[in-house]
Design a protein around this ligand. Structure first.
Ligand code: C5P
Length: 218
């Protein structure tokens, strides 16, 4: 019983170009993965955290984080599955990207509450601010996507542990970009709770600068 969180952090982080795994890149002196783990534990609703690290960086991640660290796989789905295999008897499992390391506790609490209320899969999401257009490979606009009803999905995503295990067991070669996508693929219902702009994903140098500014402002 309880709440476990899996933090997939085994990516190379090439887009950030730091020459090391993105999760080890520091935001104002603290590695993203450490901030993500601390944020989960500080919510007070998470009992254990399992960090999934690049195999060659397990020791380094264990050194900087409070979580238990296990080696990851060849892609995100494989890494989450390896973390999930380490979850003990928790009945709720969160999956949280290390790159969303400034996610506030309120989001973690809202996700866990919604799973506890009986939803098998819960994702935090925020309205899409930009006008969205679909384009062809040459960049020509094909159509305007109606923004009504469009939400951008964040993490931590929360799951009934059995639902997430079934979704991963059925995933096969399916490569969804998030775990809720795997639940949908087995016909499961996914519900949203309000996300938070501070749970943005750090992908670029600009994101990193914004994260540092946010830490300084808090
Ligand atoms: O590369 P991308 O941003 O899609 O990765 C999303 C998340 O999945 C990141 O937190 C990354 O560390 C993680 N990941 C992983 N194992 C991999 C590849 C990516 O845990 N083999």
């Amino acid at each position: 019983m309880g709440v476990a969180a899996v933090v997939p952090a085994a990516g190379s982080g090439l887009r950030l170009g730091a020459g090391k795994p993105k999760a080890l890149v520091e935001v104002a002196g603290v590695a993203m993965v450490a901030r993500a783990v601390d944020g989960l534990l500080a919510s007070g609703v998470v009992d254990e955290v399992i960090v999934v690290a690049p195999p060659e960086h397990v020791e380094e991640m264990a050194f900087v984080t409070a979580g238990r660290v296990v080696p990851g796989g060849h892609d995100r789905v494989a890494s989450v599955a390896l973390g999930l295999a380490e979850v003990g008897d928790a009945d709720v499992v969160l999956v949280h990207d290390a790159a969303r390391c400034l996610c506030p506790s309120s989001v973690v609490e809202a996700v866990v509450s919604a799973v506890r209320a009986g939803h098998g899969a819960v994702v935090p999401a925020i309205p899409v601010a930009d006008t969205v257009r679909r384009v062809d490979p040459d960049g020509h606009v094909v159509d305007l996507v109606d923004r009504t009803g469009l939400l951008a999905v964040q993490t931590p995503q929360g799951f009934d542990a059995d639902v997430l295990r079934r979704a991963h067991a059925a995933a096969g070669d399916l490569r969804a970009t998030d775990d809720a996508g795997l639940v949908e693929a087995i016909g499961g219902e996914v519900v949203t709770v309000p996300g938070d702009p501070r749970a943005f994903k750090i992908t670029s140098e600009l994101d990193l600068a914004m994260a540092e500014a946010l830490v300084a402002a808090l």
